[in-house]
Design a binder for this molecule. Sequence first.
Ligand code: DQA
Length: 148
Amino acid sequence: ANILLINGPNLNLLGTREPAVYGSDTLADVVSNCKKGAQKLDVKAFSDFQSNHEGAIIDRIHQARDEGVTGIIINPGAFTHTSVAIRDALLGVDIPFVELHISNVHAREAFRHHSYLSDKAVAVIAGLGVKGYDYAVDFVATSPKFRR
Ligand code: DQA
């Protein structure tokens, strides 16, 4: 597998941002855990990207096709609930993806219940805290759904 992890807006603040909701691990902790997991699972390549800008995330998704990425793990942050453009980018490159949320978005405000991505995702993870990232890496590394 060749895995790309994308984190959207405000996830650079992980660790200090609403710790009661998102925990105290930083994004650097999360990414380094994912890398360790990927190594253990013999993942060929693992890259990661964080941006607060919708267009930059879209550009990174396009780049993934040229790099031969076979699976994307994306926490789109608030763009989950707003972005037709990120949905179109993921469909455009035709790379299977896992949608990930640290919090259980369904137990929160109604505007977080709708996602522009979920019906196209191979899987959706929500509410497992930052542990969800480890499970996502494991799943993408081992599921035939991401092998091609
Ligand atoms: C989030 C949930 C979103 O609703 C929110 O806007 C985020 C983080 C999560 O990981 O739980 O920024 O994607």
